[in-house]
Ligand binder design. Structure first.
Ligand code: B12
Length: 210
């Protein structure tokens, strides 16, 4: 019998097979992908993050937990995306330069994809110029930026500056997210919105393109 407790343990232990089987079994039990992501995957990473802060675990443990989470996410992804909608618009998504954290960004990208947007995911450690180049070549009206470390917030500002230099500031709607970001920070760098989670991202993307 699958349970959130078992999923939390599997992710914390970096047990890939256990993570996959718990996620599959929770889906079979009728639990929603949204709930599995929130109560299972994100909760487990929160626990790992707290342990890391308190010196109870180190980067290798954090990394295997992150990889286990990604395996779990791959399993829920088709369920999120399968509802079958017409594309609602293009959104360029990425984690900013210097930052390798991509789990939250992947969830945001997945949810946007699931909500019918055409997502162009540039991955992590993305340079400002790359965002600009892609926004231009794809003629995408929305940009979603993620960052997890306080020291990489500056890359969000640099990306906004690059939009200004390229003459597309104001023409592209920009949303930002990730724990160190705030609404004040968004205002300061000229972003249109700061979202707290992937649901905020979807809601705001809908408003941006409507
Ligand atoms: C997993 C992890 C790693 C993995 C990342 C693997 C990967 N592929 O992502 C590895 C091991 C590589 C790693 C490395 C490091 N990490 Co790390 N990591 C974490 C950990 C445990 C989980 C992060 C995570 O994935 N959370 C789950 C996701 C789902 O949440 P999320 O990203 O916040 O996303 C949600 C929302 O924020 C929001 N969101 C996110 N982006 C966006 C964008 C938009 C537009 C919107 C609207 C919403 C939105 O929606 C998401 C879903 O709802 C956190 C601790 C924590 N509790 O967060 C530390 C943490 C982020 N790491 C930290 C640190 C310090 C590091 C290192 C510097 C450690 C070191 N000394 O080397 C390196 C940095 C490497 C680098 N240059 O990036 C610190 C950051 C502290 C700070 N504030 O600056 C944390 C907070 C740990 C801690 N407590 O100290 N890390």
């Amino acid at each position: 019998m699958a349970s959130y407790e078992r999923l939390l343990t599997a992710i914390q232990e970096g047990n890939f097979a256990g993570t996959e089987s718990q996620v599959r079994a929770l889906l079979d039990q009728g639990l929603s992908p949204k709930e599995i992501i929130e109560k299972g995957i994100m909760e487990a990473l929160d626990i790992v993050g707290k342990k890391f802060s308190e010196g109870e675990c180190y980067i290798p443990e954090m990394l295997v937990s992150a990889k286990a989470s990604q395996r779990g996410l791959e399993i829920v992804k088709p369920k999120l995306v399968q509802s079958g909608f017409t594309p609602k618009g293009k959104i360029v998504v990425g984690t900013v330069k210097g930052d390798l954290h991509d789990i939250g960004k992947n969830i945001v990208a997945m949810m946007l994809g699931g909500a019918g947007f055409q997502v162009i995911d540039l991955g992590y450690d993305v340079a400002p110029e790359k965002f600009v180049e892609t926004l231009k070549s794809e003629e995408a009206p929305v940009l979603a930026l993620s960052c997890l470390i306080t020291t990489t917030m500056i890359s969000m500002k640099n990306t906004m500056d690059a939009l200004k230099e390229a003459g597309i500031f104001g023409k592209v709607k920009v949303m930002i997210g990730g724990p160190p970001t705030t609404e004040d920070f968004a205002k300061k760098i000229g972003a249109d919105f700061r979202g707290k989670d992937a649901y905020d991202a979807v809601e705001r993307a809908r408003a941006f393109v409507s």
